[in-house]
Design a protein around this ligand. Structure first.
Ligand SMILES: CC(C)(O)[C@@H](O)C(=O)O
Ligand SMILES: [Mg+2]
Length: 562
């Protein structure tokens, strides 16, 4: 056992002595030592109840003959960090989480790992750290939140609350209605109920075979979820005892699993953040997965499940009722050759075996390929002079009239300026809002822009205004919102050279993002161009800014300076 390093032999007497102080007995030294990486934190609705899950997991591990060691990671609630400089810490928190997992697992030589994440960066952070450790690993997330409902029965969620701010600012919503939405949008514990970033990542864990079926859709804090948590704990002990390298994380989360994740992402219109996180995961897995491969996958996958924010009436619980992620995968696989069905999963069965009996129980929620929302997937990577290394757009959430768009630029050098500009009516129909110096390096930290994108929708500009940024979006963002523009302004990207009034052209079908300004003019501008440098007061964010790569590289931290 890997843990023999810390528990076998006369020279490990002091180590065993320390273990005995935590309650271990003679017989425990023959059992696998299992890390339980929890992400309990009181401030996140998807996490405040995870202490209880940790307790259940530990009990089940003990019962199954393992020795659990629970430890915690931090977490940032993007909703609460949204729209102010707290969001600068959101993406960097992914790296802290990854490093924490690696640190605890390797310092103590634990044999296997069960991770309990739920929201956004906590899922990829844990996956990235676990990939470095590469022992048998299983993910069991907290689970999604139920959808909220207005008095008249309309389903609502966090996206409704953000967009309500724009409607209220325009005078189109009363104080009472705004308050009703505030009280009803988030009715229970869990990761916010749409196909936002958390649920997208938890869904992709199923697609990659690193979690049990239902991980993305079974509601948090329900008896079914608790049962899944128990089963996951039992299973990690079996995986640890099997002493078979096939369960080491990199053997399950391999190149084919990453491909499968993007297939499911495309079929379900996942968050644009999945691109960033999956590229980072691919790097940790040492899989050569270039951003250009994403359009190749999108081309061949029908968009068959529309969920909030792309379709406000459908939430994760509805996908679960309609057959879950297994049913989505089964339907996608009917189009032939799209999913790697032979890839393994943590349960020992292949993906193909796992989905063999799955069926769609409600074709109004999970459509068939023949009746797809679109014959291509819900995410697209754009290229052009403005995005030589790529930019991301969630096509699933765009009005058909905005798939091709030419507009004039209105530039802002930070999210805060943009919010003030949009509320102050500086943005008019026919404009392309440019928000720059918000990339991983420039922000630093690559803020999510849910406030400006929701304002645009809430103010009724969703079918006449596009937005481009080197920052990123929330999974709750919809509209013609193009993010992750790489190279970013802070590293000299063309987005930094745009001037108010320039024409910007986008075409999501031909994957184009272009600044229509003559080459000589751009050369003239470049002569005088010095990327704008923001004052950063945080020492951690200063370090982050020095080491971070751009979004097309997953915003991973470099291990060598340029
Ligand atoms: C707060 C949200 C909606 O969860 C956001 O963090 C996301 O990225 O989806
Ligand atoms: Mg987020």
């Amino acid at each position: 056992m890997r843990s023999d390093t810390v528990k076998r032999g006369f020279d490990r007497t002091p180590h065993r002595s320390l273990f005995r102080a935590t309650g271990l007995k003679d017989e425990d030294f023959d059992k696998p030592f299992i890390g339980v990486a929890n992400s309990h934190i009181d401030i996140i609705p998807g996490h405040f109840f995870l202490q209880e899950y940790g307790r259940i997991v530990k009990e089940a591990i003990r019962e199954a003959g393992g020795v659990p060691f629970e430890f915690n990671t931090i977490g940032v609630d993007d909703g609460i960090a949204m729209g102010h400089d707290g969001m600068l810490y959101s993406l960097p928190s992914r790296e802290l989480i990854a490093d924490s997992i690696e640190t605890v697992m390797n310092a103590h030589k634990l044999d296997a790992l069960i991770c309990i994440p739920n929201c956004d960066k906590i899922v990829p952070g844990m996956i990235m750290g676990a990939l470095r450790v590469n022992v048998p690993t299983l993910f069991v997330s907290g689970g999604p939140m139920a959808a909220g409902h207005k008095k008249d029965g309309t389903p609502i969620d966090l996206a409704t609350a953000f967009e309500a701010v724009g409607q209220h600012a325009e005078g189109n919503m009363s104080d009472e209605e705004l308050y009703e939405i505030e009280c009803e949008a988030c009715p229970s514990g869990g990761s916010c109920s749409g196909m936002f970033t958390a649920n997208s990542m938890n869904t992709l864990c199923e697609a990659m075979g690193i979690a049990l079926p239902g991980n993305g859709t079974v509601l948090a804090m329900t008896p079914e979820r608790i049962e899944m948590v128990k089963q996951a704990a039992k299973r990690i002990v079996e995986m640890a005892k099997a002493d078979d390298p096939k369960y080491n994380l990199r053997n399950v989360l391999n190149e084919k699993a990453i491909h499968n994740a993007f297939v499911v992402d495309m079929a379900m219109g996942g968050s644009s953040n999945t691109v960033l996180h999956m590229l980072a995961i691919a790097k940790e897995a040492e899989v050569d997965f270039d951003i250009t491969k994403i359009n190749e996958i999108a081309k061949n996958v029908s968009h068959i499940a529309k969920i909030s924010p792309s379709l406000g009436t459908v939430h994760m619980e509805d996908i679960g009722r309609a057959g879950g992620v297994n049913a989505v995968m089964k339907e996608v696989s009917r189009r032939g050759g799209l999913l790697h069905l032979d890839n393994p999963t943590v349960t020992g069965e292949t993906i193909g075996e796992r989905i063999a009996d799955a069926e769609i129980k409600d074709t109004g929620v999970i459509h068939t390929n023949e009746n797809a929302y679109s014959p291509v997937g819900g995410l697209s990577i754009l290229f052009g002079n403005l995005a030589e290394e790529g930019a991301v757009v969630k096509t699933a959430g765009i009005a058909p009239s905005m798939r091709q768009f030419k507009g004039t630029a209105v530039c802002f050098n930070s999210q805060q300026e943009a919010i003030a500009g949009i509320i102050g009516h500086k943005v008019k129909p026919g404009n392309v809002v440019v928000i720059r110096y918000e990339g991983p390096k420039g922000g630093p930290g690559m803020q999510e822009m849910l406030a400006p994108t929701s304002l645009i929708m809430g103010m009724g500009l969703g079918e006449s205004v596009a937005l481009i940024t080197d920052g990123r979006f929330s999974g709750a963002t919809r509209g013609a919102s193009i993010g992750h523009v790489s190279p970013e302004a802070a590293e000299g990207g063309l987005i930094g050279l745009i001037e108010d009034g320039d024409e910007i052209e986008l075409d999501v079908d031909t994957h184009l993002l272009q600044l229509n300004v003559a080459g000589e003019e751009l050369e003239r501008r470049r002569l005088h161009f010095k990327p704008h440098k923001k004052a950063i007061s945080s020492k951690w964010l200063k370090r982050y800014s020095l080491l971070v790569s751009n979004a097309s590289n997953g915003a991973v931290l470099k291990t060598e300076l340029d």
